[in-house]
Structures are given as C-alpha cells and as structure tokens.
Ligand binder design. Structure first.
Ligand code: AMP
Ligand code: GLY
Length: 413
C-alpha cells in the first residue's frame, strides 16, 4: 500500500515511524520536508489542499493520513474523493473546528460536558453569565489553542469577553461559548472510528503550560505520558463506550460519519468525567508517546478507519509506559529561535527522538526551525523507567537556549 502522510511536525514523525513498520506498506511519501523522515520517504513538497490532492493523485496514493486539523477543517478528506483518507470530512471535523457544534452534538448524544451558553456577540445574557464568575470563555472556531480563557472571577470573565469580542480572533470568534468552569485532572482519551464502530487506544496526559508545576504560559504541549495512570486500559475502553461511541453514532445519524481518530479532552471532576473538547486528530505530543508504544499494523488500522472497515479488535500496544519530553527553542511560545545547532547524540536504547521543528543547514548540521523542536520519548516497563530514560537522553540533545519541563509525568511516579 502506498501511503502519503500530510504534515511535518513531531506528531507526524511519530506516525511515520509506526507507518513504515507495517508489512503492507510498499511506498511512503510526506507532504513536508524533514531531516528525520524514515529512509526511503519521498517528499512531495505541497501544502495547500488543492496541491495535496493533485500530489496524492499523481503519486497514486492508496491512503492519505492527515496529521493536523487545519487541512481537515479545510475539506482535504472531501476533496480527495475516492482516495481513502484517515481524517474526517470537513462536516465531521466541526467537532474540533466549532466548539458550539461540538456542544450541540454532545448534548444530543447524552455525553457529559460543562453547561454552556453560546452567543453570537456581546449581549445582556453573556454579561449576566460573566457576572457569576467561574466561567470559561471560548472562541468557537480554531484558534491554535489560544482561544480559551479560564475565568474564576467576574472581572476576568468580562475582560476575556472583551478580548474575544475584539479583532484578534477574526471569524473564529463570530460565536462565543461561555462554559461552566470545572475542576479536576485532565486526561486525553483517543479512539479510532470508521464512521460506525470505535476502538479504544491508550489514554495520555499532556502538559500544556510552559513551566514546571503547570505554571507559565499555555503552549501546544511541553510533554506527554501514555497511558495516563488515572485511566487504565479497562477504564479507557469504558470511557470510549460512554463518550466516543455515542458521538460517532450521532454524527452518522446526521449524515456526517466520523472517520479518523477522535481525541476527547476530559476533565475527571468529582462528579465524573466531563468532556472539555474534542479534537479530530492525534494530539501533539501525545501521539509521540502513543506511537512509541504502538505494537500493531498501523496501516491496517488507519486504512480500516478511512474505508469504513476497522479491524475487529483494538490494536496492541507494548506493555509499560512512554514519556515524551519536548525541547523547545528560546522564546517559545511567543516567538522561536531558528538556526541554533542541535547536537546529535548516538541513539539510546528505548528512546525515540521525534523531530518537530528541525532542518539541516548548508554545513549539514541539524538546526532548530521553530518553537517545539524535538520530542525525546522514553519507553519502559513502568512510567518511572520511561521517564528516567527520556530525561537521560535529553541531556545529549540539549541545544543553546533550549527550554524543557523537568516534571513530565512526575505526579504519577
Ligand atoms: P480546550 O481547548 O477547550 O480544551 O481548552 C483548553 C484548556 O482550557 C483545557 O485543557 C483546560 O485546561 C481549560 N478548560 C477548558 N474548558 C474548561 C472548563 N470548562 N473548566 C475548566 N478548565 C477548562
Ligand atoms: N497537545 C494538545 C493538542 O494536540 O491539542
């Protein structure tokens, strides 16, 4: 099978390493250039939906695997027509691209989520909700993780509402969701779906803040563990039946079957698990931890999801745990530093170095090209061992100005 991978971040590097292990794979191509792609990867050098579709046709792809959400929200899966695509149609991708849509589906499907008020702009109802405080103000559309404001007090709520009503978010803020503020640990639960059936993957836990102890600015994710000890595989399967399965049924009922990976961002509240958001793709860096443990034929599962025929049983993962530590460049998340030389230590056993923003300079040295640079991922029989392996290996990869958290997964060991 000829597989084309869309995207060029750390998540896609992790997917690539697992895809090329499939016995069914005959050729592998990627839309984006990357120094660390597996040997034999063909780089097609395309980014728009139109160019990606044309490249998929001329390269004769049998399966297109989409890493990020933007091309899905822009209709890549629809535009590929008869070429199987792992990743949902634009209609089904609204589970991520519209928070109001996701709320409506959850309510219809009977899935537990925070109570919310959806408004089209400033209004007395929205201001009255802000007055009560304990609210989370969210822009409806895609905002690269920057459109959510957690507001314990009324003052913060009004300020955040003013901010999202301003010009900064454009059309993404044409609708605004005001949601009750919940409390509890957060867990990511992933399931594959072929439009009808769902199969659980492992749970994971991201670390979104820049600094140790969940302090500092929000980022795309500074590290992840899988599975999350708060949600073991048995509990994961139960949650997927309670949350993902009804959502998939509701989407099918509405004529927008969901094919791809449905990522539930859950909060484990005192009243039970509640959904904070859905994403329609793997998490980054959660995917790095998941793929480090993946022990099955990834092409079979992704092609099965894309074509409506998932394999009968859930995929196998290695026993134990994985811990991914992100190395980010100086200035991240506000800016990033490009061109800093990265040392390349020899490989360590049970550690995978996933590349996000890296390239080779004219002298052939590995250099930084953006914010999140590497995801150093340790695997081991326990989270403690996986963490130790990741942090030992990190020392060899540290570059000038490198930022990292020292406490990925620490609360569970
Ligand atoms: P989202 O993009 O909707 O997942 O929100 C980003 C982050 O905001 C989440 O990971 C939570 O930390 C926080 N958040 C979102 N919704 C809520 C909520 N209802 N209560 C408390 N925190 C929330
Ligand atoms: N790591 C969070 C995300 O991918 O949305």
């Amino acid at each position: 099978m000829r597989v084309l991978l869309v995207g060029g971040g750390g998540r896609e590097h992790a997917l690539a390493t697992a895809l090329v292990r499939s016995p069914q794979l005959t050729a592998f191509a990627a839309t984006h250039a990357k120094p660390a792609w597996p040997d034999g990867t063909e780089v097609l050098g395309v980014s728009s939906v139109e160019d990606t579709v044309a490249a998929a046709r001329s390269w004769r792809a049998d399966l297109v695997v989409v890493g990020p959400e933007d091309p899905l929200a822009a209709g890549l899966a629809d535009a590929l027509l008869d070429i199987p695509c792992f990743g949902p149609s634009a209609a089904a991708a609204q589970l991520e691209s519209s928070k109001a849509f996701a709320k409506e589906i959850m309510v219809a499907a009977g899935v537990k989520t925070a109570e919310a008020l959806v408004v089209d702009g400033d209004c007395a109802e929205a201001r009255a909700r802000c007055d009560r405080g304990n609210v989370v103000v969210k822009v409806d559309g895609l905002a690269a993780g920057k459109g959510v404001f957690v507001c314990p007090t009324a003052g913060e709520a009004h300020e955040s509402l003013d901010e999202v009503l301003g010009a900064r978010f454009g059309d993404a803020a044409s609708r605004i969701v005001l949601e009750d503020l919940l409390e509890g640990p957060e867990v990511s639960v992933f399931a594959l779906s072929d439009g009808h059936r769902v199969l659980p993957l492992l749970s994971a836990q991201d670390h979104k803040r820049l600094l140790d102890g969940d302090r500092g600015e929000n980022t795309g994710g500074m590290g992840a563990i899988a599975p999350c000890p708060l949600v073991d595989p048995v509990r994961t399967a139960e949650l997927v039946e309670q949350i993902h399965a009804p959502v998939v049924r509701e989407m099918a009922k509405r004529g927008a079957p969901f094919r791809g990976v449905l990522y539930g961002g859950l909060m484990l509240t005192a009243d039970g698990p509640s959904v904070l958001e859905f994403n329609v793709r793997f998490g980054d860096p959660e995917c790095q931890a998941l793929m480090a443990l993946w022990d099955d034929d990834l092409v079979a599962y992704l092609h099965g999801a894309a074509t409506g025929h998932l394999p009968a049983a859930a995929p196998r993962f290695r026993e134990g745990a994985a811990c991914c530590v992100v190395l980010a460049s100086a200035g991240y998340p506000r800016t990033s530093t490009k061109g800093t030389v990265i040392p390349e230590p020899p490989p360590s056993p049970d550690v995978l170095a996933f590349h996000a923003a890296t390239a080779r300079n004219d002298a052939g040295q590995l250099v930084t090209t953006g914010g999140r640079v590497l995801g150093i991922t340790g695997v081991g029989p326990s989270l403690r061992v996986a963490r130790d392996r990741a942090y030992d290996a990190v020392e060899g990869w540290r570059f000038e100005g490198c930022q990292l958290r020292r406490d990925i997964g620490v609360r569970h060991v």
